[in-house]
Design a binder for this molecule. Structure first.
Ligand code: IMP
Ligand code: MG
Length: 498
C-alpha cells in the first residue's frame, strides 16, 4: 500500500468514523501508526473495542492506543485527557502485553484523563437493568456516570490517584454523594454487580456500607497508581511541543453518530466522537490536523445497542432479533440466510455473518442495514469530505446493492426550530435527531452487484465497473472524496484511489 501521495508534507493525520463505530478503523490506524512517531487517543474509553492479533492470538483491547504494537520501535503512545480511564481495564491490557513479551516503555497517560471509579460501573449497570424500554444498550463500563460526575464537578482525574491524602478527600466526597443515590436500587442487584470481574470480583463491596471507601482507596493507590505512576504525565503539553514537528496520528474511537453532541441522542455514548472531540481530547485544535480521514463501512452499516436506524435490514424485527440472539443461535435458526435472501431479516443476518459483525467488547450481534447517504452527508459536514470505504468485499456475492439516497418523513408534524416537518417531506441531509430519524423511511436506489472476488485487485481502475459505479455515485451525490478502498482484512488488500 503506497500512501505517500497523502503523507508527503503531512505531520498530523486523524482517523475518525462517520457512522456508529465498528467500521474497521483498526486496519488503517495500524497502517498510519507505522508511519507516525506518536499515536494519541483523545476519545473513547473501555467501551471501545479494537481487535489486535498478537503472536497469532486474537485479543480485544479497549484503552491502549493501537500503536502500542510499535513501542519497541520507539513510537510514543499517548492516552489523552479526553479518555475516561479505567485503571483496572488498562492494567489488564498491559498484562496481556507482558504475557506476549511486548513492551510499553514509551507510553504516556494524561494526568487529566478522567478516572473511572467503582460507582460509575455500578450505576451504569444498575440504570440499564432498571431502564426497561428506555434502555440505551450501554457497554456497562461506567461511561455515562463518569461524565455525570465530570459535569457535576465532582469527578476525579488520573492525577488524583498520585496524591493519597487529596485522593482520599476527593474520593470520600464523590462516593458519599453517589451512595445517597443508591437507595433507589435493589440491594441484591447491587451486590451481584459489585461481584463482577470489572469490579475486581467484590473487592469494593461492603455488606454494611455497600461501597467500601477505605478499600477502594487502598486498591486504587496500591494496585493501580503504583503500577501506572511512571507513565502518567502532562501528555497535552508533550503533544503541543511536538505538533507540526513530529508525525502524529490521532486515533478516534466509536463514530460520529454515537457522539453525545452530534449523534442520535440519547442513544449515544457520552463523549464527542467527532474530529472536534478527538482533537480537544488530546489538547490540540482541529487546525493542527493536516489530513482527517473518516471511515465509512460500505455499502452497509451497523449499529450496536438501541436507537433509530432507518435502513436496518428487517427493521424492528432485526432490532429485536439482535437483542435476543447470539452468533450461534442465529446461525442455527437461519442456516440458509444469504446475501440474496428476499427476506430482509435474513439478508441482514448474512451481512452480519460474512462481515463478522459481532461486538468486540460485548459479543452482541450488531444490527445491519444498507448504507445511508443522508447520514453520510451529515457526518461529512462535521468530519470533512475525505473518506475511506471499508469492508467492500463483504458484499461480493450480492446480486443487488441498495443505497438509501434520501428519506421520506413518515410521522406527525414536528417543529424542528423554524422548520415544520410534515408527512411526505423528503430529507436529503439527515437531521440527527432520534425522533425524526425514527420516523424516516429510506428511499433506495438499486445498483447491480459486481459478483466477483476483489481482494487481489491493487488499482482502482481494475475494480469491476459495477462497483466503481457505486463509488462514483456516492462521491458525486454526497460531495465526498473516496481516498482509500479496503477490499479485504489484510493490510495489502487496500486500494489507494488518491
Ligand atoms: P456506552 O458508551 O457504554 O455508554 O454505550 C452507549 C451506546 O454506545 C450503546 O449503544 C453502545 O452500544 C454504543 N457504543 C459504545 N461504544 C461502542 C463501540 O466501540 N462501538 C459501537 N458502539 C458502541
Ligand atoms: Mg469497535
Amino acid at each position: 500500500m503506497k500512501l505517500n501521495i497523502f503523507l508527503d508534507e503531512k505531520k498530523t493525520v486523524a482517523i475518525v468514523c462517520n457512522q456508529w463505530g465498528d467500521t474497521g478503523k483498526g486496519k488503517f490506524v495500524d497502517y498510519f501508526a507505522k508511519w507516525a512517531d506518536i499515536i494519541a487517543r483523545g476519545t473513547g474509553e473501555a467501551n471501545a473495542g479494537h481487535t489486535i492479533i498478537l503472536n497469532n492470538k486474537k485479543y480485544v483491547f479497549h484503552l491502549v492506543p493501537s500503536g502500542i504494537l510499535y513501542d519497541s520501535l520507539g513510537k510514543i503512545n499517548v492516552v489523552g485527557r479526553g479518555v475516561a480511564f479505567d485503571p483496572r481495564a488498562f492494567i489488564e491490557e498491559l498484562n496481556i502485553l507482558d504475557k506476549e513479551n511486548m513492551t510499553y516503555n514509551n507510553l504516556k497517560i494524561s494526568l487529566n484523563a478522567k478516572l473511572i471509579l467503582p460507582c460509575h460501573i455500578l450505576f451504569d449497570r444498575l440504570k440499564e437493568s432498571n431502564a426497561g424500554a428506555n434502555k440505551i444498550g450501554t457497554t456497562g463500563r461506567g461511561i455515562g456516570p463518569i461524565y455525570v460526575d465530570h459535569y457535576d464537578r465532582k469527578g476525579l482525574t488520573v492525577n488524583d490517584m498520585l496524591n493519597k491524602s487529596l485522593f482520599e478527600k476527593k474520593l470520600k466526597k464523590n462516593i458519599t454523594e453517589n451512595l445517597s443515590l443508591l437507595k433507589n436500587y435493589d440491594k441484591e442487584m447491587i451486590k451481584t454487580i459489585l461481584m463482577h470481574s470489572h469490579l475486581e470480583n467484590g473487592a469494593f463491596y461492603n455488606e454494611e456500607t455497600i461501597l467500601d471507601i477505605p478499600q477502594i482507596i487502598n486498591y486504587y493507590t496500591e494496585n493501580y497508581a503504583d503500577k501506572l505512576r511512571k507513565y502518567i504525565c502532562d501528555a497535552e503539553e508533550f503533544l503541543r511541543e511536538n505538533v507540526h514537528k513530529k508525525k502524529i496520528l490521532l486515533e478516534g474511537a466509536q463514530g460520529l453518530l454515537l457522539s453525545v453532541d452530534h449523534g442520535s441522542y440519547p442513544y449515544v455514548t457520552s463523549c464527542d466522537t467527532t474530529i472536534s472531540g478527538l482533537t480537544k481530547g488530546v489538547g490540540l485544535s482541529e487546525k493542527d490536523v493536516d489530513l482527517n480521514l473518516g471511515i465509512v463501512k460500505a455499502f452497509y452499516m451497523t449499529r450496536v445497542g438501541q436507537g433509530p436506524f432507518p435502513t436496518e435490514m428487517g427493521g424492528e424485527l432485526s432490532d429485536k432479533h439482535c437483542s435476543s440472539n447470539t452468533k450461534d443461535t442465529e446461525r442455527a435458526t437461519y442456516p440458509n440466510a444469504s446475501l440474496n435472501s428476499e427476506d430482509e431479516l435474513q439478508l441482514g443476518i448474512a451481512v452480519r455473518y460474512i462481515g463478522q459483525e459481532y461486538g468486540a467488547t460485548t459479543g452482541r450481534p450488531r444490527r445491519t442495514g444498507w448504507l445511508d447517504l443522508p447520514l453520510l452527508r451529515r457526518a461529512t459536514i462535521t468530519n470533512g469530505p475525505d473518506i475511506i470505504l471499508t469492508k467492500v468485499d463483504v458484499l461480493n456475492d450480492a446480486k443487488k446493492i441498495k443505497l438509501c439516497t434520501e428519506y421520506e418523513y413518515n410521522g406527525d408534524n414536528y417543529y424542528y426550530g423554524d422548520k415544520l416537518i410534515k408527512k411526505g417531506d423528503k430529507i436529503k441531509i439527515a437531521i440527527v435527531d432520534s425522533l425524526i430519524l425514527g420516523r424516516c423511511k429510506p428511499i433506495y436506489k438499486e445498483f447491480p452487484g459486481w459478483l466477483s472476488e476483489i481482494k487481489n485487485i491493487k488499482e482502482y481502475k481494475d475494480l469491476p465497473q459495477n462497483l466503481k459505479n457505486i463509488v462514483e455515485y456516492i462521491e458525486k451525490d454526497c460531495n465526498v472524496n473516496v481516498r482509500i478502498i479496503s477490499v479485504g482484512a489484510e493490510r495489502d488488500e487496500t486500494i489507494i484511489k488518491g
